[in-house]
Design a protein around this ligand. Structure first.
Ligand code: AMP
Length: 281
């Protein structure tokens, strides 16, 4: 497995592979890899000739500086996992390598999609995501890029970005991988205490129950149910629970069975912010 830290060296390597007609699959990550990330690598390996994974904790997408400082970093373990998954190449740039001019600002507009859910609760987050993903896309020029539907809205933002850029890059969205108790795998789970980890297991359970309530009684009772359930879990605080059109993420007040819908949640478990989502129909 080749490891690159410099953009120039990565570009030279990729140019050579492209000239040989090899298709490139790109899996961007922030490291602290788990089976969810590895499923993206596996899918890329199935669909592309060469798989490149990036590990970069992108400072511009953190609206909370403490979150950035505490974000788990374990590069040696990550490299071991990628090696055993037979990933072809890894890109681990420094912040200076990706942001040579720290003053440079990029402003993106994703319309209504950027003004709901994470767009509201994490101001500037998607702007930072778009800034780094655009930079990676321009540098790497992959045929396909792989994103997890764990970050449902992010995958939609990236699709919109790829389109805005006229990049021709196909965005492949992969299913959420979960722990045996149903908790969506996340690098941030490593930051939970034992008690918080136990409490977090409630999230997928209440999401499933709320789904049944949406389908049988509607959205308002499901929201009330989630508010009650979260309030009963010690140390847990609800940021939002919403039902949205699965294609546009327009928030819904009344459930329409003929529109494909998704429920999305963000909760704090102690100081750790967790998100999850569930397709309803
Ligand atoms: P992150 O390192 O958290 O930025 O995630 C990198 C990529 O892995 C993103 O496309 C995520 O959506 C995806 N990912 C994270 N957790 C999971 C999961 N549990 N299942 C599938 N994909 C995931």
């Amino acid at each position: 497995m080749l490891i690159f830290t410099k953009t120039a060296e990565l570009s030279a390597f990729l140019s050579e592979k492209k000239s040989q007609g090899k298709s490139i699959g790109f899996v961007p990550t922030m490291g602290a890899l788990h089976a969810g990330h590895m499923s993206l690598v596996e899918t890329s390996k199935r669909l592309c000739d060469l798989t490149l994974c990036s590990i970069f904790v992108n400072p511009t997408q953190f609206n909370d500086k403490t979150d950035l400082a505490n974000y788990p970093r374990m590069p040696e373990k990550d490299l071991g996992l990628l090696e055993s998954a037979a990933c072809d190449a890894v890109f681990m740039p420094s912040v200076e390598e990706m942001y040579p001019d720290p003053a440079e600002k990029a402003v993106f507009d994703f319309g209504a999609l950027g003004r709901v859910l994470e767009g509201v609760h994490r101001p500037g987050h998607f702007n930072g995501v778009a800034q780094i993903v655009k930079r990676f896309f321009e540098l790497i020029g992959p045929d396909k890029a792989f994103f997890g539907s764990k970050d449902y809205q992010q995958a939609m933002i990236v699709k919109a970005l790829a389109k805005q850029m006229h990049s021709g890059i196909e965005i492949v969205t992969c299913p959420i991988l979960r722990e045996p108790d149903g908790l969506a795998m996340s690098s941030r789970n490593a930051l939970l205490s034992r008690e918080e980890r136990q409490a977090a297991a409630e999230i997928p359970v209440m999401m499933k129950e709320a789904k049944e309530i949406v389908l049988s009684r509607g959205i308002a009772p499901a929201k009330a149910f989630i508010r009650d359930r979260v309030a009963k879990v010690p140390g847990m605080k609800l940021e939002y629970y919403e039902v949205a059109d699965a294609e546009s993420l327009a928030l819904q007040e009344t459930f329409n069975p003929s529109v494909s819908s998704v429920s999305l949640i963000a909760v704090f478990t102690g100081k750790i912010r967790l998100i999850d989502n569930l397709i309803l129909n």
